[in-house]
Design a protein around this ligand. Structure first.
Ligand SMILES: Nc1nc2c(c(=O)[nH]1)N[C@H]1C(S)=C(S)[C@@H](COP(=O)(O)OP(=O)(O)OC[C@H]3O[C@@H](n4cnc5c(=O)[nH]c(N)nc54)[C@H](O)[C@@H]3O)O[C@H]1N2
Ligand SMILES: Nc1nc2c(c(=O)[nH]1)N[C@H]1C(S)=C(S)[C@@H](COP(=O)(O)OP(=O)(O)OC[C@H]3O[C@@H](n4cnc5c(=O)[nH]c(N)nc54)[C@H](O)[C@@H]3O)O[C@H]1N2
Ligand SMILES: [Mo]
Length: 769
């Protein structure tokens, strides 16, 4: 018998086709104009051999080896749920009693799954928060530097997270769109919380048909889809701030800046102008100055600047352009360029980030409350910027400078992670693994044997969304999805909520954790809250039973196109920004007051330490580790699309044919990619749409470290063994993964097998329950 169940993933809504208790296929969500192909991997992962079938405990940990290097190499002992529950409860209680609540790291950064009640990180925060608190993490890997900067400059993160000026407003009003990092189609496959409709592809096609001229300023030609017919300026990675500052200089030199806008709506223009003109430091930031830095010809920079000054222009940059050393600067410079052009607040003009980074930026959204598990209070107030996790473990008792504050780093004794994977997301994985040997206990909840689960002491097997009921919802979308349980939990997997409820019971607070509700009661409760909040906004939505039966809700598109900062630009005194001056801060007294010479009060050019403009003697290639087209981060790596993309089972590295020829490398062969931090094996793919000197590898191949005659290698191709682990700056402390130099050579040794999609070595099951 075939059963169809409505479901959702970050990579789209779908119907699950269920036969004989197994998911055998999926059908795309009918209203979705561009469902993408990632959803087809669902059956592969729900029934994958690397599902965690039972709770497990690391053998050495059971023997009492707490701190030390065996983590990640040990065997695992299968145990009962009762035993695992007791062990976790005892460890939480012991750690709190001996070392205090702040010694538990529960930040648990990660994307987890689409359903909002069973959202693993929210459940974990509730569990740890009600139990006394935990050290947390703030900001994110996506745009951590940008989101710390923008409140100082624009008083809001809207141009980063959305709402951003609608594509329809761009289509109707812009004639030129400058895209730093391009508008890569692959990134629109996903929306956090689930996408009912992938609307950005049709909208981009309309923009091309409307005759807007696109310029793709990126090391990769493929970052702009062919249908945009974009001009390609193959910029040197990390050179964006120089190019943008030079555009401002070129505009000022011709007297083309919008003085009216600058006077009415900004502060600090005089100081920025003095910097770009060279009055301040004797160096005029002319296109000729910028050319050797960004390697875009001076004539092209000047021509583009003057064209933008005479044409309705939209500016955008992908989020990755701030995921590098000094990543705050190109974004602040773009806000300054948009101000000089006077476009902020005008339909289809100004600046917004991420049109090419995720589905839902600039597309119609609900602007209704989301269906989220309500947050509980965390009695511990210590939180680190998320990408400083290794430093947190490495230097307890020391100080981390972030956004003008000093954070005293606590001594972490226990790590609890659910719904994220630092061995996917973090940089310099060999260093992270060393830092991970320091805590006494690491608890991980995961459906799959990811690299993080392999580095845990206690492993709790979690269900996937297909094994539970839930509601999918995203503020970047205009749908709401009922997710019906499609198959029974696989093996002994359990929902995070149920697992944490039992641990809470052992610790004496089950009822406050569950709120005395089960899954069904929680879904009704969350939906009813949502419904009441909608009613308060004048939006009628059906009751829970009708929603559940229908499988989804669809909300109308807003009638008017959203234009960022329209009210402010029309009346800067009446609708001021939430900055100290109420205006766009091209000079920020606040940031200047932080006193870091690397991040002065206005946007500047600061050369990265690691880039093609620096010391390239040993590692002459710039590695960009961008988002994968074939999966979401580490998720779906065992599924068909990602598997099919690999070469000899390794993640592809893309390289310009000239760089390959210079090294005697041929397409399809396995190569060794290395620098001072690590090494990996990859399959070589040639691409003449890559700027020479730049190589790219997508993130997400599960880390598979093995000892070989050539040293320790990730034999599968996870680029995070190569990336550097340092903050963007003391301001944002964001992830700087894109500033990374490597070398590539032929691999002549025997080819080690990739073993990471199989379960790790197990010891015999424990007898005593
Ligand atoms: N080099 C480099 N590194 C990067 C980036 C880059 O550009 N370059 N990008 C960064 C960015 S922007 C991001 S957002 C991060 C992403 O990093 P993460 O969000 O940490 O990556 P995911 O693989 O999505 O991890 C989510 C994990 O949650 C698990 N999970 C899913 N559902 C459930 C559930 O219901 N319960 C439990 N317990 N677990 C569940 C999944 O199996 C998966 O292992 O990576 C960052 N890392
Ligand atoms: N299919 C798929 N889509 C995804 C994700 C996924 O895992 N899979 N992850 C989602 C997440 S969590 C996030 S945060 C977003 C991230 O979205 P982005 O950060 O925008 O994605 P990336 O692919 O890392 O970067 C886009 C392009 O920027 C270019 N670029 C990199 N460095 C530079 C530079 O210095 N200068 C210039 N001009 N260009 C540069 C690269 O060529 C790269 O291809 O993607 C989301 N979308
Ligand atoms: Mo992200």
């Amino acid at each position: 018998m075939t059963v169809i169940k409505p479901q959702a993933a970050h990579w789209g809504y779908f119907d699950a086709v269920v036969e004989g208790g197994r998911v055998t296929g999926i059908r795309p969500f009918a209203p979705d104009p561009f469902p993408g192909s990632l959803i087809e991997g669902i059956p592969d992962i729900v029934h994958a051999p690397c599902r965690i079938d039972r709770p497990h405990v690391r053998e050495g940990w059971l023997r009492g080896e707490r701190r030390g290097a065996t983590r990640g190499r040990d065997r695992f002992v299968p145990v009962s749920w009762d035993r695992a529950t007791r062990l976790v409860a005892e460890e939480v209680a012991r750690t709190r009693a001996e070392h205090g609540d702040a010694s538990i790291l529960g930040g648990s950064y990660g994307w987890a799954s689409a359903g909002r009640f069973h959202h693993a990180r929210s459940q974990l925060h509730r569990f740890l928060g009600l139990g006394g608190g935990f050290t947390s993490q703030v900001t994110n890997y996506s745009y951590g530097a940008g989101m710390t900067l923008m409140p100082h400059v624009l008083g809001t993160n809207d141009p980063v997270t959305g709402p951003a000026t609608d594509w329809r407003s761009i289509i109707g009003n812009a004639r030129l769109m400058l895209c730093f990092g391009g508008l890569p189609l692959k990134n629109g496959l996903v929306t956090a919380g689930g996408a009912g409709a992938h609307e950005y592809v049709p909208l981009m096609r309309q923009a091309a048909e409307a005759g807007i001229r696109f310029v793709n300023i990126s090391p990769l030609r493929g970052d702009a889809p062919d249908f945009l017919r974009a001009e390609w300026l193959p910029i040197r990675p990390g050179g964006d701030a120089a190019m943008v500052l030079a555009m401002i200089q070129a505009i000022v030199a011709e007297g083309l800046e919008d003085r009216g806008f600058l006077d009415r709506c900004t502060v600090g223009w005089d100081r920025l102008r003095a910097y770009v003109s060279g009055e301040a430091d004797g160096v005029a930031k002319t296109p000729e100055w910028a050319e050797p830095l960004c390697e875009v010809p001076a004539a092209a920079i000047r021509a583009l600047a003057l064209e933008a000054a005479r044409t309705p222009t939209m500016l955008t940059a992908t989020w990755s352009t701030q995921r590098s050393e000094n990543g705050e600067q190109p974004w602040w410079a773009l806000v300054a360029l948009a101000s000089a052009l006077g476009g902020i607040g005008k339909p289809g003009q100004g600046v917004a980030f991420g049109y090419g980074s995720i589905n839902g930026i600039g597309t119609a959204r609900r602007d209704l409350p989301s269906v989220n598990l309500p947050a509980t209070r965390n009695p511990v107030t210590t939180a680190i910027p998320v990408a400083r996790v290794t430093e947190l473990l490495e230097r307890p008792g020391e100080v981390l400078r972030y956004n003008g504050r000093d954070i005293l780093l606590p001594d972490i004794r226990m790590v609890f992670w659910a719904g994220g994977n630092p061995f996917h997301h973090h940089q310099d994985l060999n260093r992270l693994a060393r830092a991970f040997s320091r805590p006494e206990t690491i608890v991980v909840s995961e459906p799959w044997w990811t690299s993080l689960a392999r580095h845990a002491d206690i492993v709790l097997p979690a269900t996937t969304t297909l094994e539970r009921n839930d509601i999918a919802s995203s503020s970047r979308d205009r749908f709401l999805r009922a997710m019906h349980q499609a198959v029974p939990p696989q093996g002994q997997a359990r929902n995070d909520h149920d697992a944490f409820a039992d641990i809470a019971e052992a610790l004496g607070y089950r009822d406050s954790f569950t709120g005395q509700r089960d899954e069904g009661a929680w879904l009704r409760h969350l939906y009813d809250r949502f419904r009441r909040a909608c009613a308060a906004l004048g939006e009628e939505v059906p009751d829970f039973d009708r929603f559940w039966e229908a499988g989804h809700l669809e909300f109308d598109r807003p009638e008017r196109d959203f234009v960022g900062f329209a009210d402010f630009a029309a009346d800067p005194e009446g609708s001021p920004l939430a900055t100290p001056s109420g205006k766009v801060e091209l000079y920020s007294e606040t940031i200047a007051g932080f006193g870091d010479p690397a991040v002065p009060g206005h946007p500047v050019w600061r050369a990265p330490a690691e880039w093609l403009g620096g010391d390239t003697a040993r590692h002459p290639l710039h590695l960009l580790s961008n988002q994968p087209a074939t999966r979401l981060h580490g998720q779906l790596d065992p599924a068909r699309a990602a598997r099919g993309s690999k070469l000899h089972g390794r993640e592809p590295i893309r390289m310009n044919p000239d760089d390959a020829a210079a090294r005697g490398l041929v397409a399809g062969e396995v190569v060794r990619v290395f620098n001072g931090r690590g090494a990996l094996l990859a399959g070589l793919a040639l691409d003449d749409g890559l700027r020479p000197g730049v190589v790219t590898m997508s993130t997400g191949a599960w880390w598979d470290p093995q000892e070989t005659p050539e040293g320790r290698l990730c034999v599968h191709g996870n680029p995070n063994v190569l990336t550097q682990d340092r903050g963007t700056s003391s301001l944002g402390q964001g992830c700087a993964a894109q500033s990374c130099l490597v070398q590539v050579a032929a691999w002549t040794g025997p080819l080690p097998a990739v073993s990471v999609h199989e379960p790790p070595p197990l010891a015999a099951e424990e007898r005593l329950g």
